[in-house]
Write a protein that binds this ligand. Sequence first.
Ligand SMILES: NC(=O)c1ccc[n+]([C@@H]2O[C@H](COP(=O)([O-])OP(=O)(O)OC[C@H]3O[C@@H](n4cnc5c(N)ncnc54)[C@H](O)[C@@H]3O)[C@@H](O)[C@H]2O)c1
Length: 254
Amino acid sequence: MQLNHTIAFVTGGASGLGNATAARLARYGAKVILVDLADHGEQAALDIGVNAVFARCDVTSEDQINAALDLAEARFGRVNAVVNCAGVAIARRTLSKRGAHDLASFQKVLAVNVAGTFNVIRLAAARMAINEPNEGKERGVIVNTASVAAYDGQVGQAAYAASKGAIVSMTLPIARDLAGLGIRVCTIAPGVFATPMLAGLPEQARQTLEAMVPFPSRLGDPDEYGHMVQHIIENAMLNGETIRLDGALRMPPR
Ligand SMILES: NC(=O)c1ccc[n+]([C@@H]2O[C@H](COP(=O)([O-])OP(=O)(O)OC[C@H]3O[C@@H](n4cnc5c(N)ncnc54)[C@H](O)[C@@H]3O)[C@@H](O)[C@H]2O)c1
């Protein structure tokens, strides 16, 4: 799919990987809908320009996502790409001095990262299904965000790793479900990227993280994530796969 024919619904679009992706896609000709809980999404859309609009909503809400899809269709005619970047992370051990991992925070991470991602996919797919296919018979592309934690979860990452593992696992069955409609589904599993999620880290911790990455030994630039999304949108043979984007990083236990 060409970017100048792409209307992308980007969750987590107010910050980090989602924001960098929305900005990049818009720079190369796409229209973008920034979908986020955070109020500064309004300013983020203004910063991108006339090809961006903000929809404040929670990815776990059916009504709010449908309203955001309505807004996107009213503004840009249709939606033919989804980039799921909204997500939350916690660090908590299964058992610690504070006692057993609380169930509520485990369920919250699963609710946002897994159910939220699936909620957006299912509702957007229903809209894409009625799109006029392009010359390659494509009606849409969906890109999800997992993490290397899906494979190498560290100490304290039971909830986060479980949520990202679920995103990896549902990629192929959803791609199979939607193949007959000409809708592709891929997932990116990032290593460590310089976003607000990591901004709070002390300099020493940042340097330690960078040193763990074999090459290039640095944090990823969020625009490099956006570049991968761009490639998935443009390359029609990519489907049903999870791509690690991590400079060969394999996370150690801690
Ligand atoms: N930064 C990294 O190194 C890294 C590595 C691996 C995976 N990831 C994943 O990439 C994604 C983006 O991470 P980031 O680093 O850009 O984080 P970020 O915190 O900068 O951005 C996440 C955005 O998601 C939004 N959000 C959270 N819950 C939401 C909800 N229920 N509904 C709507 N919006 C919601 C937040 O408001 C925020 O704007 C996440 O899924 C994260 O797990 C990030």
